[in-house]
Ligand binder design. Structure first.
Ligand code: ZN
Length: 160
């Protein structure tokens, strides 16, 4: 069965940056599941997987425009230190979740001065070229319920 819209796809993946550092992997765990044609994975990877079958292995380099987008300077904010809990230890690289209009997003501390903290609300992988090594573990038809919900149920998917 070929990967296409309306298929549930399970993949094992390793994601590296251009320098070869591992940014994420399903190694040693369960494969991740997504509903093809419905977002869930970055567009560049979805494009590369279209038409593939279980057992296929691909290596794909995804430019930022087909990945997590370019880095948006407007999402960088300087916030007074006093806005953070007094006990919070703040240092560059630290990440925390904040609620936003589109749900939770990850903020990354990029600079800490005496009274000011710079935080970046871009996706941590925005602006990065993504190097994926992927093995297709399984391809199946989505159920009617999965298509209605727009996401995968069962192993690797939503539990509800
Ligand atoms: Zn659901």
């Amino acid at each position: 069965m070929n990967i296409g819209d309306g298929k549930v796809v399970l993949i094992h993946y390793t994601l590296r940056d251009e320098q070869g550092a591992v940014l994420g992997s399903s190694d040693g765990g369960d494969p991740i599941a997504y509903l093809h044609g419905n977002g869930g994975i970055v567009p560049g990877l979805a494009d590369a997987l279209t038409g593939k079958v279980a057992g296929d292995r691909i290596d794909v380099v995804v430019a930022p425009e087909k990945g997590y987008g370019s880095h948006d300077g407007r999402l960088v904010q300087v916030i007074p230190r006093a806005r953070f809990p007094g006990a919070a230890v703040l240092e560059p690289g630290q990440q925390f979740q904040a609620d936003g209009p589109q749900g939770g997003r990850t903020l990354t501390v990029t600079c800490v001065e005496k009274d000011l903290v710079t935080v970046d609300a871009n996706h941590p992988l925005a602006g990065k070229t993504l190097c994926f090594s992927v093995e297709v573990a399984e391809v199946r038809n989505a159920t009617r319920e999965e298509l209605t919900h727009g996401h995968v149920h069962g192993p690797g998917g939503h539990k509800h």
